[in-house]
Write a protein that binds this ligand. Structure first.
Ligand SMILES: [Zn+2]
Length: 142
């Protein structure tokens, strides 16, 4: 090896090492150990891949389940206010006191007058003046 080819080798080696140092260290998405090997690797092994994917699924179904539970609770509360009546008026405080959450609803509907009803499934409410609410039930459409 002559001096020119030696220095070229060194140069390439330096380039290679600096490229290696600039690589972000990637860690396993499941156990956070540093990953070695292919650059597109995300997990140590199948065990980590499976446990990560299962956790993701559990998280997203917990998220959905919590929202559905909140919606069902809202629906039950509106039903308890309405009883057998067609409509009933109540206040924001009474709804809140019973655990109603205004954050969760399934959809809104506007009537011809432009009043917008907010629904939790078939149970809905219309905000009136001074924090009063009209509670209604809408029969399921076929
Ligand atoms: Zn891992």
């Amino acid at each position: 090896m002559n001096i020119v080819s030696f220095s070229r080798h060194c140069f390439i080696l330096v380039l290679y090492l600096s490229a290696m140092n600039n690589l972000p260290t990637k860690t396993c998405l499941a156990c956070e150990k540093i990953l070695k090997g292919r650059i597109d690797k995300k997990f140590c092994d199948d065990y980590c891949r499976n446990s990560y994917n299962n956790q993701q699924k559990a998280d997203s179904s917990n998220y959905a389940r919590n929202i559905i539970n909140a919606l069902r609770k809202n629906k039950r509360i509106l039903e308890s206010f309405l009883g057998n009546q067609e409509t009933v008026k109540t206040t924001r405080d009474r709804l809140l006191f019973n655990g109603f959450s205004f954050n969760y609803h399934t959809h809104t509907l506007a009537n011809r007058k432009g009043n917008v009803y907010t629904f939790c499934f078939e149970m809905g409410y219309l905000p009136l003046d001074h924090d009063w609410f009209l509670v209604v039930k809408r029969e399921a459409q076929s």
